[in-house]
Write a protein that binds this ligand. Structure first.
Ligand code: ATP
Length: 317
């Protein structure tokens, strides 16, 4: 059984009389200790999918579908069913979190507080703070440092330590290396991989940078305009992509394009506040068939534990 399964997740935001359908029928599975990536251009629904898993969407959001933890739906009961699992089973490193640590509280105190909020004593909190700071490779004196006394990479390690405070089984990491230099980026990716291996921690990495994905993850789900258009083991995503959008993403990624010339993807993703007839990628796709403009392709299961939503794949299959 999967540790976490998302089934037919839909999220819409009400804004100025319009409905933004940010997440459309997304289904994902995560096994214990597995590492998956959600990739795609800005605005394709990655963060919204993560926030739905944490039960942290704003009041303007309407959510449907199921989020199953150990087979039980934790979305159906709203906050009452989500709260017991937030941070203790599923934790999140938010986008930009390293700059959102409380600037006037020592790092250790912030971890002690997280433990106490979840029922631990101050003494347990102090012990756990030392443990998690050690786990993320920070020196023992980091416990009494203020965030501004740490480097960017150290602050990101502290944020990861904070997320691990209540021993979650799943870590959602939203753009955890953005705004860090390439050497520190590499250190954070290595840290996440080592933590996942040593703690059996399942990881969902959210990134727009496809080059990061094979360095950390077992498989990747590519999102476009709120939907998963391809889901496959990382090696297949990078070396044998089936969806034209995935192919264009690989060709636009410096570290993955190899000998091929780098090409950007023409045009922009569609607006999500109106109808999307047919395949959402069709206006930017140079392989589109007539039916792509009118009929949305279903997400087809293919051999090799992969799936793809493209009429061309259907033709080949
Ligand atoms: N609170 C909100 N109210 C209205 N629209 C929202 C809200 N949050 C997100 N959206 C819209 O939902 C869509 C998906 O956004 P989301 O942040 O999930 O994408 P993303 O792929 O994570 O992109 P990024 O990497 O830029 O965060 C976008 O069109 C965005 O404008």
């Amino acid at each position: 059984m999967s540790l976490l399964s998302i089934r037919d997740l839909e999220v819409a935001f009400s804004t100025d009389g319009a409905q933004v359908r940010a997440v459309r029928k997304v289904s994902l599975d995560l096994a214990p200790g597995e590492r998956i990536a959600l990739v795609g251009e800005s605005g394709c629904g990655k963060t919204t999918t993560m926030l739905a898993m944490m039960g942290l969407l704003p009041a303007s959001a309407t959510v449907s579908g199921r989020v199953l933890l150990d087979g039980a739906d934790i979305l159906a009961g709203g906050e009452t069913s989500m709260r017991p699992h937030r941070w203790t089973d599923i934790a999140m490193v938010f986008q930009g979190a390293m700059n959102a640590l409380n600037p006037v509280r020592r790092v250790g105190a912030q971890i002690v507080e997280a433990v106490r909020i979840h029922g631990g004593s101050r003494q347990e909190g102090r012990l756990r703070a030392r443990e998690v700071l050690d786990l993320v490779g920070l020196p023992a004196d980091a416990v009494s440092r203020y965030p501004h006394e740490l480097s960017g990479g150290q602050r990101q390690r502290a944020v990861i330590a904070l997320a691990l405070a209540c021993r979650p089984r799943i870590l959602l990491a939203d753009e955890p290396t953005t705004a860090l230099d390439v050497i520190v980026q590499d250190q954070i990716v290595t840290l996440l991989r080592e933590l996942s291996d040593s703690l059996g921690l399942a990881v969902v990495l959210v990134t727009h940078d496809l080059a990061l994905v094979p360095r950390l993850c077992d498989r990747a789900a590519v999102m476009y305009a709120g939907s998963v258009v391809e889901n496959a083991p990382c090696a297949d995503i990078v070396h044998n992509p089936r969806h034209p959008y995935t192919r264009r993403l690989v060709e636009a990624t410096p570290d993955l394009a190899g000998e091929r010339p780098l090409t950007s993807i023409p045009g922009a993703p569609p607006r999500l506040d109106g109808p999307l007839p047919g395949c959402a990628f069709q206006p930017r796709c140079d392989e589109a068939l007539d039916r792509c403009a009118t009929t949305a392709p279903p997400l087809l299961q293919l051999a090799g534990a992969r799936s793809c939503a493209c009429h061309l794949t259907e033709v080949v299959a």
